[in-house]
Design a protein around this ligand. Structure first.
Ligand SMILES: [Fe+2]
Ligand SMILES: [Fe+2]
Length: 430
């Protein structure tokens, strides 16, 4: 009589995040021998995409990955409702007490110093997984993570399929938007061209006057005409503000849930835009006002995806906030560049939309991409309530050093940003 087939043992799924290919391949081999299934991720973006697409049991991170972004990854995991709770083990060459404390503070279950013996690491992993399994709260959380990860994966697959089949409709930019893009490309654009364009659109004109009269720009008597508003704001800032006004009305949303998410996306976009402009100014970037526009549209792919999901009522994607967020997070760096190319934005815009989540690389990314991706992480800190200690955190992002920023200069940026944000956020309130 044949013996019943032995049930194959379930191998724990590990995600290994490191940017050193040599260490990565040795560690991976040893872990596989010890009975683990290991997937590699070289950057934070790749790690996050993996974590969102598949169910992992534990993540191994080098906090010194690309200078400071391993810490950033831990923070991103912690703030993500769907990923928080996944056990993290640090693999590191950093012996400083401060680094150890920071990792533990961020929730690392263990801290393993490089070079390590393979069996020592395997023991740490086993112990952490056992502890995690015993914890009922974690078990439920793991089950929930699995269910959510399935619904996220389905929604992402469906949208990609629609895209491949050519069933996704890219929204068209109204005439005024297309004309504005042309004017923005023209270095010698005249006052009359800009004011003629705005005066043709009373809705835009009213909002522009409102911004010009907000506390950030108001000085003396209130302005009441488009021309006065342009004079007060300056040509560049006027065009940037109009870009925001036009874009914030292109993507029509019907449900309250999606409209709320869209509003938060625009708030974030404005915050990134303002940070990008002042970071650009601080480091002497030649076109800081252009940075505003680039920051404003960095996540336009997300706004577009919201619209796509709205049009998929049969899949109920648009009712599930987790699935919406994960779908946007996973696909927006593909959809954003496609949309901006269709709308004939310059390559700068396309690159920012494509690369702003990549680990900063001075050889691959333009200055504009580096500034915008830094503005993006800083905006997230701002949205979480920036404090003294967050300036410390911000200074540890690799961009900080690459862009040659100083902590004192950051305080200056902070002041300018807060004032300007008030005026621009008023656009969303009407
Ligand atoms: Fe983004
Ligand atoms: Fe963003």
């Amino acid at each position: 009589m044949a013996l019943p087939a032995e049930k194959p043992a379930i191998r724990p799924q590990l995600l290994l995040v490191d940017d050193d290919p040599r260490i990565m391949s040795i560690t991976m081999k040893n872990l596989q021998i010890s009975g683990f299934d290991v997937t590699k991720a070289k950057t934070n973006a790749m790690a996050l995409a993996e974590l969102r697409a598949k169910q992992y049991d534990l993540i191994l991170i080098d906090p010194n990955l690309n200078k400071a972004s391993g810490f950033e990854l831990m923070e991103m995991i912690n703030v993500d409702k769907d990923l928080g709770g996944i056990p993290m083990i640090m693999l590191t060459g950093l012996k400083a007490k401060q680094s150890v404390q920071r990792c533990l503070h961020l929730g690392a279950a263990a801290y393993v110093l490089k070079p390590f013996k393979p069996d020592v690491l395997a023991q740490h992993i086993q112990r952490t997984l056992k502890l995690n399994d015993k914890n009922e709260v974690n078990q439920t959380a793991a089950q929930e993570r699995k269910e959510k990860s399935n619904s996220r994966a389905q929604s992402i697959q469906k949208i990609m399929l629609k895209l491949q089949e050519g069933k996704i409709e890219f929204p068209t930019l109204p005439e005024v938007g297309l004309k504005l893009i042309e004017l923005m490309k023209d270095e010698d654009v005249s006052f009359n061209e800009v004011s003629d364009l705005i005066e043709r659109e009373p809705g835009i004109s009213t909002k522009l006057i409102k911004v010009a009269n907000s506390s950030a720009y108001a000085s003396g008597k209130a302005v009441s005409s488009t021309k006065e508003a342009i004079m007060r704001l300056g040509m560049q800032h006027t065009m940037n503000t109009v870009l925001l006004i036009v874009n914030s009305t292109v993507f029509e949303i019907k449900s309250d849930l999606l409209a709320g998410i869209q509003r938060d996306l625009w708030k974030h976009a404005i915050t990134v835009a303002v940070y990008a402009k002042y970071i650009g100014k601080e480091i002497g970037y030649s076109r800081p006002d252009a940075m505003f526009a680039l920051g404003l549209l960095h996540d336009v792919g997300k706004v577009m995806l919201l619209r796509v999901m709205q049009d998929m009522p049969e899949d109920k994607v648009s009712q599930n906030v987790e699935a919406i967020n994960a779908t946007m997070a996973n696909l927006h760096t593909q959809f954003g560049p496609m949309l901006l190319q269709k709308w004939k934005f310059t390559n700068d815009f396309v690159e920012v939309a494509k690369y702003h989540h990549e680990a900063p690389n001075i050889n691959k990314h333009s200055k504009a991409v580096l500034i915008a991706s830094f503005a993006n992480v800083v905006a997230h800190e701002y949205e979480n309530g920036l404090s003294e200690s967050s300036i410390e955190t911000i200074s540890q992002f690799p961009h900080f050093e690459i862009l040659k920023l100083k902590k004192q200069s950051f305080e200056r940026i902070q002041e300018s940003v807060s004032t300007e944000l008030d005026g621009l956020l008023s656009i969303l309130s009407s």
